[in-house]
Design a protein around this ligand. Sequence first.
Ligand code: ZN
Length: 418
Amino acid sequence: MSEHQWLSTQNIRINGQRLWDSLMAMAKIGGTSKGGCNRQALTELDKEGRDLFVKWSEEAGCTIKVDPMGNIVARRAGKLNDSTSVITGSHLDTQPTGGKFDGVYGVLAGLEVIRTLNDNNVETDHPIEVVVWTNEEGARFSPAMIGSGVWSGEFDLEYGHSREDKEGKSIRSELERINYLGGDNFAPNSVKAAFEVHIEQGPILEIEDLQIGVLSGVQGMNWYDLIIEGQPCHAGPSPMESRQDPFMGLTSIMSKLYDMVAEFSPWSRLTFGDIKAEPGARNTVPERLIVAVDLRHPEQQTLDEMEQQFFNIVQEVAEKFGFKNNIKQEWRSPAVLFNQECVQAVRSSVDMLGYSNMDMVSGAGHDSVYVSKVVPTSMIFIPCENGLSHNEAENAKFEDLEAGCNVLLHSMLKQGYR
Ligand SMILES: [Zn+2]
């Protein structure tokens, strides 16, 4: 009975030291003097990292597939070999001043799951696969998450291949050059469930002093350009009360928006990332302000409501001050709700293992965002020091890395039997 076989795996734990050693060995490839990593997508160093992953996976008895986007799949056979697989994975590429754990942890934790299953002679029903997604960071080639994006059908292959770096080198030509332009078939319909373990890249778990984040989804985000038009005039002769100064409108809008967003705390987010004043002279009241606004919330309905209130506030202030205003929608990424069964697999694994935890949503993009559009998916977070990521000082604790990997192991085992 499969149920019985699954129960017999409950005492298995991963090897934390082996995971740590693998992370440190991978970190040497592209290692920086400040202790970080610069291993950008499809560079010579990325090839070295990929080669090392392939070598380790083959040593662990896996077969290797490479798809046309250069996504690598290391497969550990199951009893039902023509059946769907349970996958995990993340990315090996880094930011130019990246850390040792972002993405890499998710890949090597997957490998550690396979090594642990080997150590314990566990034979799952469904095959287990670890995926290295191409160009997650988007640092060298834009957009980010292009490997998982093409795989899930968000972008077509031609678009993926045609993305170019600053020097005009395309993803396709660089895949060819480093010998990772594959032709193997790896499609969403071959996957039963997907998991990804990642460092949080934010401070919440550390502040709460908890080891594991059980992710229920990913924040929805809306980007806008807020344009406020006033009347330019001389900074000296023009009395304050006769001005149509767009900054007066903006400051009013900003304080009202901060108050509005506070009503939707703790998960609402509002950021004014950039303000451009035109014509942009010290002694002239600007004619026009262009303000970059980023609005986020994990629940789509709440995000929609925040958006409506944002529109109302801007309208109201514009009428009061007599400004012209215009809100341009720049980009929308709807909130993602992960698959309930996969979330439950993570939650019950955390409970079984006894780690302190909380439910949370991701504020950053991950390969799982695209993967979750086509297969049942969920994610696991562990704390990182001071919430720091995309930074050479990025750090995570041995025991948290170990805990997250154990949760990944048991989440996958839960889905790995019939
Ligand atoms: Zn990442």
